[in-house]
Write a protein that binds this ligand. Structure first.
Ligand code: 13P
Length: 241
């Protein structure tokens, strides 16, 4: 059984007091042992999150460039130095707002792997693609192109764009079907690929995903900002796989 991978993506939605409150709440709970709990804080708070018990550390972004003259960027090696094991690449917010293409995402993921990080490559279709019936072709193509040239140490996060922050999660069946399609499309290169689901995951609906075939974990936004809520999500995923 694969240990469920449950990642909190805090986006740019928490401040220092919020991180401290999360730490106090999380560290007072029993240790989370049967899932791998991972926190992706805003980069300035990575060192604060190192004080949390039983969590792995993830960055939300990484430069596609090697060390050098890139003002404002953060290299993969710097993230490794700060204790990160994972980095999210190609989140749909960055694809939309920062113009990240599949080629840029693949380059970021490659830099991450070269530095020993596991990239969490995000894919997902917008609502109009889902409505037109082309979601599987769109997402599998996005996954293939965004993972070009990568070694097997990666995770894919399937996050339908229409489900992010909308309160309208995909159903367990819809998510499961897409996860199986992604795995089938990439099985030659990555027979052991882990695919996790994101988009309006909450304590109330998370078990529908973690119990479903092909879903190896969760990428949680809003519901990961409180320690209570994120702990409950991790606890519900226990024993699933
Ligand atoms: P929400 O859980 O807030 O919908 O966000 C999902 C997400 O984008 C995680 O990366």
């Amino acid at each position: 059984m694969i240990t469920p991978l449950i990642i909190a993506n805090w986006k740019m939605a928490i401040d220092r007091d919020g991180v401290k409150a999360f730490k106090a709440g999380w560290n007072s709970k029993p240790p989370m042992e049967s899932v791998e709990a991972v926190i992706a804080p805003p980069a300035p708070y990575l060192s604060l999150v190192q004080e949390l018990t039983h969590v792995s550390l993830c960055a939300q972004n990484v430069s596609e460039n090697d060390m050098g003259a890139h003002t404002g960027e953060i290299s993969a090696e710097m993230l490794t130095d700060l204790g990160c094991q994972y980095v999210i690449v190609g989140h749909s917010e960055r694809r939309q707002n920062q113009g990240e293409t599949n080629a840029i995402v693949a380059q970021k993921a490659k830099r991450a792997q070269m530095a020993g990080l596991t990239p969490v490559v995000c894919v997902g279709e917008p609502s109009q693609i889902r409505a037109s019936g082309d979601a599987v072709a769109y997402v599998t193509q996005q996954a293939l192109t965004s993972c070009e040239g990568l070694s097997a140490d990666l995770v894919i996060a399937y996050e339908p764009v229409w489900a992010i922050g909308s309160g309208e999660a995909a159903s367990g069946n819809v998510a499961s079907a897409m996860h199986l399609e992604i795995k089938a499309a990439l099985t030659d290169q990555y027979p052991e690929l882990r695919v996790i689901y994101g988009g309006s995951v909450k304590p109330e609906n998370c078990a529908a995903f973690t119990m479903a075939e092909g879903i190896d974990g969760l990428l949680v936004g809003g519901a990961s900002l409180s320690a209570e809520s994120f702990w409950n999500i991790c606890a519900s995923a226990k024993g699933a796989g």
